[in-house]
Ligand binder design. Structure first.
Ligand code: PLP
Length: 360
């Protein structure tokens, strides 16, 4: 099987797996300690958590703290529901459901429009009296990079907090500048599923959303030292390999543009994550394509939107018609995807498309 769905999740890096196993085993089987217990085994587990916290902190700017959560969705909920500010929330039109649904749950959000290039307008005039502005670093469906520095500066000028969902940007790009709150997820950077983090700028106050011990200060529940250790190892690896990973993604991107030269590309060609290719083809039956190409794992739009039957709100926000949105596929490669795999996958996809177009 060829995996081209690295925006949905990434394979576990061998280094992250090794760190998790080391933590699970521990010296002489002592790895199962509760990091919140005061005895020696607990303190050993707590030390491992703090070591990993420092590694994860390297993904963020200085001047804040890392709160471990179960995933990015939880981190985003903590930020948006826990902010001690009153006023409306503004979100970009292409936010992930984690932000979009939470914004709707806490009030009627102001929506920041996005151009046909898939980027929010950095000169958007934000109204005063906002509680929070939420704009993602990199879009998960079409891979476009958002002007977060400009929008964060505007949010600050308007007296609002700025939350950046950096799930698809973390480890690939430097941290978003000037954010007050940043959410990330381990399983998008070759770490384990079941762990994420919220970075909170010093001085920003939040109300905990999960009570029951407040082991993480702002979040309750026993941490898993193995998951945290895997996240830490994945974060270090992503930092160390940022340039190498980007160059690899770029090589595959250039080849993919040749291979899919007669398809339409969604979103800006320049301002983007080069590991995410969102393309469409008139009349394409994506569900049928996915069932024909059994050896290639790819996505119709985004994993969350697929299955709902509704055209993606991201593709609609950049001006595509329902038909164009529904004829879109997302190919997402990563650190462990080879050029040969991409070429084989493209061959399989193109043969299936040809068959559809010949026989209807
Ligand atoms: N934000 C973006 C941009 C995502 O792509 C995802 C996952 O697909 C999330 C948030 C949610 O992340 P998690 O799976 O860690 O809850």
């Amino acid at each position: 099987m060829i995996y081209l769905d690295n925006q949905a999740t990434t394979p576990l890096a061998p280094e992250a797996r090794a760190a998790m196993l080391r933590q699970l085993d521990g010296p002489d089987g002592t790895g199962f300690g509760n990091p919140h217990s005061p005895h020696r085994m607990g303190r050993m587990a707590a030390a491992a958590v703090e070591t990993a916290r420092e590694k994860v902190a390297a993904l963020f700017p200085a001047g804040g703290r890392v709160i471990f959560t179960g995933n990015a969705c939880e981190a985003i909920n903590l930020a948006m529901r826990g902010a001690k500010r009153s006023g409306r929330i503004a979100v970009s039109a292409i936010e992930h459901a984690a932000v979009m649904d939470t914004a709707h749950a806490v009030g009627a959000p102001i929506v920041i429009p996005v151009g046909a290039d898939g980027c929010a307008d950095p000169r958007t005039n934000l109204p005063s009296g906002l509680a929070m502005v939420c704009v993602m670093q990199v879009n998960n469906e079409i891979g476009t990079v958002q002007p977060v520095a400009e929008l964060a500066a505007q949010a600050r000028a308007a007296g609002a907090l700025f939350l950046c969902d950096a799930v698809q940007g973390a480890g690939k790009f430097g941290p978003p500048a000037d954010a007050d709150l940043i959410a990330v997820s381990a399983h998008k950077i070759y770490g384990p599923k079941g762990i994420g983090a919220l970075w909170v700028r010093d001085g920003v106050e939040l109300t905990p959303q999960i009570t029951g011990g407040l082991q993480e200060g702002l979040r309750s529940g026993t941490l898993s030292p193995a998951l945290v250790a895997g996240f830490g190892a994945a974060a270090t690896l992503a930092q160390d390999r940022m340039e190498e990973d980007a160059a690899h993604a770029r090589r595959l991107w250039d080849r993919a543009l040749d291979l899919f030269g007669d398809w339409q590309i969604n979103g800006s060609l320049d301002n983007r994550n080069h590991a995410n290719l969102s393309i469409r083809r008139e009349g394409l039956d994506v569900a049928r394509l996915m069932s024909t190409c059994r050896n290639v794992m790819f996505s119709a739009g985004s994993a969350c939107a697929s299955g709902s039957g509704k055209p993606s709100h991201v593709l609609k926000a950049i001006g595509l018609s329902d038909a164009e949105a529904k004829s879109t596929v997302r190919l997402g490669w990563g650190r462990y995807t080879s050029l040969e795999e991409l070429e084989t996958a493209a061959q399989e996809i193109k043969a299936a498309v040809k068959e559809q177009e010949l026989w209807g």
